[in-house]
Design a protein around this ligand. Structure first.
Ligand SMILES: NC(=O)C1=CN([C@@H]2O[C@H](COP(=O)(O)OP(=O)(O)OC[C@H]3O[C@@H](n4cnc5c(N)ncnc54)[C@H](OP(=O)(O)O)[C@@H]3O)[C@@H](O)[C@H]2O)C=CC1
Ligand SMILES: O=C(O)[C@H](O)CS(=O)(=O)O
Length: 485
């Protein structure tokens, strides 16, 4: 792990009950840019997960008993330390996950923004006083922390996906156990070091690392001491985890897969649409759940958009994210790269054409060329599946109604984007799209002030914004009688 100033950030053991958990089971972490082993981390195993749940359970009452101000001050201290070590955290992230350093810095800032937001939002966890139907009664509604929260997070945002969940959970008064993806545990452990430095008490924030995703997930989803489970990852895995939570009727929130349409109407500002397309499609080499996945372009501007899009794409530089001026890093694994290429070749067999790219990139074995495909139809593999790679399929449509129908023709409902300058069309299309989040003349929509989440098979629950606390609180109704006696 190169160029880390604050060396204590580089941890190799799970963080449980405020301590570093040693184990003689180890597994290697590789740099996706060059396949070199960065370091080995110690696998805490299923026993470690159980110990982390125990620690969270033991700390739960005292953490919930703190005032929102006290919890907020600790979250803010954590926030400030993350910003203080932003460059180190970004270097760790780029080396274990691959995204370019500038993007990794952005992710660190994005994750920290949730700590900043919920340090304040926890103080606004308001209840209600409701006029009682009978004169001698009083009705009060209070919100209380749900209890111990367990989380499983993906490799594509190994810092922000944890910060986005932990910030709301801790602000609401919940203790937290997270199991990060096997491929990217170092960013999670660095966050734990800074939580420790910030003075967050033992047992409140726990990170368990290990290779046995299924086994560790089973412990987290089936433990009667875990009140709430939150997951970010694929829809297929999310469905399994929801089913596993049923045995203890846990509160569940899911941030799952997506198939985002990016619709360009013939009255759009084409230059703005191209800028938004590049930003949305090629962020993290296309490995985000809100990346534009299908480009629906109205017939009258299809040629102009395609040409300008390809021209802008030719300026992007592919390489090791630790080098300067890199725009697109490696895929997380060779298998991931091969899966993307398979979608490309299957769609070519079905009649699609490659306008640019379409091959592995010479930068290394896990790199794929930024690609644009034309003559794509909505039923081709490259359009039906979540690509999770730097490939942009272009689909032509005739009129507004067809554009909306094609956009909604998917089991997913996370993010959608469209470009138009017609105010009536903004309202008609914005309301007709079946998605949790819609970017209008904008390709980057994620921020801590907004409720992030999807509908249909993209999940449920919201992260960020005022709404983000709801997933970590329970409503209690107090009925007071005999007031006049
Ligand atoms: N809606 C959203 O915000 C996001 C959605 N995603 C979606 O996730 C997919 C890509 O991410 P990817 O990480 O491959 O997704 P996966 O669903 O394969 O993995 C997500 C996490 O779940 C773990 N996991 C996998 N199988 C199980 C299991 N049976 N029990 C418990 N945990 C399990 C993984 O562990 P391990 O990696 O160690 O196997 C990882 O930590 C895409 O579909 C993408 O859209 C990704 C990020 C954000
Ligand atoms: O994991 C993801 O893909 C993130 O949720 C996308 S974002 O929130 O960083 O935009």
């Amino acid at each position: 792990m190169e160029a880390i100033q604050y060396s204590s950030l580089v941890k190799t053991q799970s963080y449980i009950n405020g301590g570093w958990h040693s184990s003689n089971q180890r597994f290697p972490i590789f740099n996706p840019a060059n396949q070199r082993c960065l370091l080995e981390v110690e696998d805490c195993g299923l026993l470690g997960v159980e110990q982390a749940i125990e620690a969270a359970k033991a700390a739960q009452k005292s953490w919930a008993a703190k005032s929102a101000n006290e919890r907020g001050s600790l979250l803010r201290a954590w926030y400030q330390l993350i910003l203080q070590h932003q460059d180190d955290l970004a270097r760790i992230l780029t080396q274990e996950q691959g995204k370019p350093f500038a993007e990794a810095k952005g992710e660190i800032g994005y994750g920290a923004a949730f700590l900043d937001w919920f340090a304040e939002e926890g103080k606004r966890c308001y209840g209600d006083v409701i006029p009682a139907p009978a004169g001698d009664k009083r009705i009060i509604v209070v919100k209380q922390p749900v209890g111990v929260v367990a989380a499983v997070t993906p490799w594509n945002f190994p810092n922000a996906m944890i910060a986005r969940k932990a910030a709301a959970a801790l602000a609401a008064g919940c203790c937290f156990v997270v199991r990060p993806a096997q491929l990217t545990p170092i960013s999670a452990l660095a966050l734990a070091q800074l939580a420790d430095d910030a003075g967050i008490p033992p047992g409140v924030f726990n990170v368990v690392v290990g290779e046995d995703a299924k086994g560790m997930g089973k412990v987290l989803t089936e433990s009667p001491d875990v009140a709430k489970f939150t997951f970010t990852g694929s829809t297929a895995v999310g469905k399994q985890l929801i089913a596993q939570c049923a045995s203890t009727v846990k509160k569940v929130s899911m941030e799952l897969g997506g198939n985002a349409p990016f619709v360009v109407f013939d009255d759009a500002d084409i230059d703005a649409a191209v800028q938004g397309a590049i930003a949305s499609k090629y962020r993290n080499a296309g490995q985000t759940c809100v990346c534009a996945n299908r480009f629906l372009v109205q017939k009258g501007v299809y040629q102009q958009f395609s040409e300008k899009f390809a021209e802008a794409l030719s300026k992007l530089k592919v390489g090791d994210g630790m080098q300067a001026n890199i725009d697109i890093g490696p895929m997380i694994s060779e298998q991931a790269k091969d899966t993307v290429h398979q979608l490309v070749t299957q769609s070519i067999d079905a009649g699609a054409k490659v306008l640019c790219g379409g091959q592995a990139n010479e930068a290394g074995q896990q790199f794929y060329q930024p690609t644009i495909m034309t003559d794509v139809s909505n039923d081709m593999p490259i359009a039906k599946n979540e690509i999770f790679g730097p490939v942009a399929p272009l689909i032509m449509f005739e009129d507004e109604q067809q554009g909306i129908e094609l956009a909604n023709d998917t089991e997913y409902g996370l993010a959608a984007y469209f470009y138009t300058r017609d105010i009536g069309r903004v309202w008609r299309v914005g309301e007709a799209l079946e998605y949790g989040m819609v970017g209008i003349n904008e390709g980057i929509i994620s921020n801590a002030a907004a409720p992030f989440g999807g509908i249909k098979q993209s999940g449920n629950g919201r992260e960020g914004s005022h709404y983000g606390l709801d997933d970590y609180t329970e409503i209690k109704y107090l009925c007071m009688g005999g007031v006049n006696s």
